[in-house]
Design a protein around this ligand. Sequence first.
Ligand SMILES: NC(=O)c1ccc[n+]([C@@H]2O[C@H](COP(=O)([O-])OP(=O)(O)OC[C@H]3O[C@@H](n4cnc5c(N)ncnc54)[C@H](OP(=O)(O)O)[C@@H]3O)[C@@H](O)[C@H]2O)c1
Length: 423
Amino acid sequence: MIKAAILGYGTVGSGVAALIDQNSAEIRRSVPEGIEVKYILDLRDFPDSPYRDRMVKDVNVILEDPEIKIICETMGGKGAAYQFSKAALEKGISVCTSNKELVAAFGPELMATAAAHHCSYLFEASVGGGIPLLRTLNTGLSQENITRVAGILNGTTNYILTKMNRDGADFDTVLRRAQELGYAERNPEADVEGHDTARKIAIITSLISGRTARYEDVPCEGITKIDRMDFACAAALHAEVKLLGLCEKDGDGRYAVITAPFLVPEESLLAPVQDVFNGVLIHGTMVDDVVLIGRGAGRDATASAVVSDVIDAARHPGETVPCPWKGGDPMPLVPVAEQKRRFLVRVPAAEAGLAAQLFGAVRPVAAESGAARPAFGENGKSQPEQKEEYAFVTPVLSEGEFAKKAGEFSSVHRIRLLDPDMV
Ligand SMILES: NC(=O)c1ccc[n+]([C@@H]2O[C@H](COP(=O)([O-])OP(=O)(O)OC[C@H]3O[C@@H](n4cnc5c(N)ncnc54)[C@H](OP(=O)(O)O)[C@@H]3O)[C@@H](O)[C@H]2O)c1
């Protein structure tokens, strides 16, 4: 038996322990010796757990046991998780993690440590939960020139946006409900402000480019300002509001990356991705579009991804599983001001004339679809109970140009449009 240990017996860690037990026959198809969890590290006691006899509180028990070949880091955070992972890799113990925060911040360093000590730092579960996304990028699509990845990468925000759309509820009400159901954390900032998605699209960009894309360099906007009028406009445009992580490679090989709410056309393969599901659209120049959809979080789905890495590590004893992300200095990303797209814009109704003056051929939103009538009157003006607004879609222009023109209005609310060619 190959001996493994789990660091952190929480949601994901408990799922890993259960999966390794329950699917031992399936695991033996790939690793005939089998895999056994010898230790579980946690701060708390679990007297009722079937694994209580394997619980330890001192990480050194694990690190100093020469039998341990693989560690699953399911603690989260960048403190102890970093120290324990680094110490394990320095001893030649492979580490499989679900911790995107740590991967986004220290991934290249930890991969280099693994390579220096003939073991692996693997992180399939850090992006897309149970979706086999990173392995698909690293192996199944390794022959491809991937020019675009658009992903719904955060289940919490997709759940919130889905409920806001279906129930007509506002953001705060749906967030409270999501917290009651355990879909959103008590401190939801990383999810709703887009940081979680930014980390994940940075990891994806690093994998497809081979160079480090720093998540701090990814322009990031969350969903806290999305309101009911946005959904009415989306309906008028036959689109869905989705928080996307978007990465596009331009003709010069530079990467334009952003995290923000987008209007995604109904015909997009991403539009049907609802509730807590994640969906990722990958475009390769040969294979065309590939779409992966699945549970982006949750105990069992995330544990499934962690254990897929455990199997990979077990099949490569004494060596490093190859990874296209080579680290090195962070690469410069295309500045957000240069990124080009169309925008749905809402301005005070009295400033409708200014819109045409500044943007030229704008498309008033309500004028072209009856679906917007509950929210807007004729000529794109909102009904009396709503704030009097004029909603329109701009031609394609750069974010920099848009920001300059937007400054001319007394107030502006905008959402980006996903280019129909990109879906
Ligand atoms: N939950 C998901 O669906 C999901 C999906 C994808 C990725 N992830 C990622 O997976 C990681 C774990 O998430 P989770 O939801 O499983 O978190 P969790 O339920 O809070 O579990 C973490 C566990 O680690 C323990 N722990 C923390 N610091 C420790 C330390 N220094 N020594 C020993 N034990 C320690 C915690 O103990 P205490 O409770 O006593 O602090 C807790 O039992 C995070 O990075 C998260 O972002 C989670």
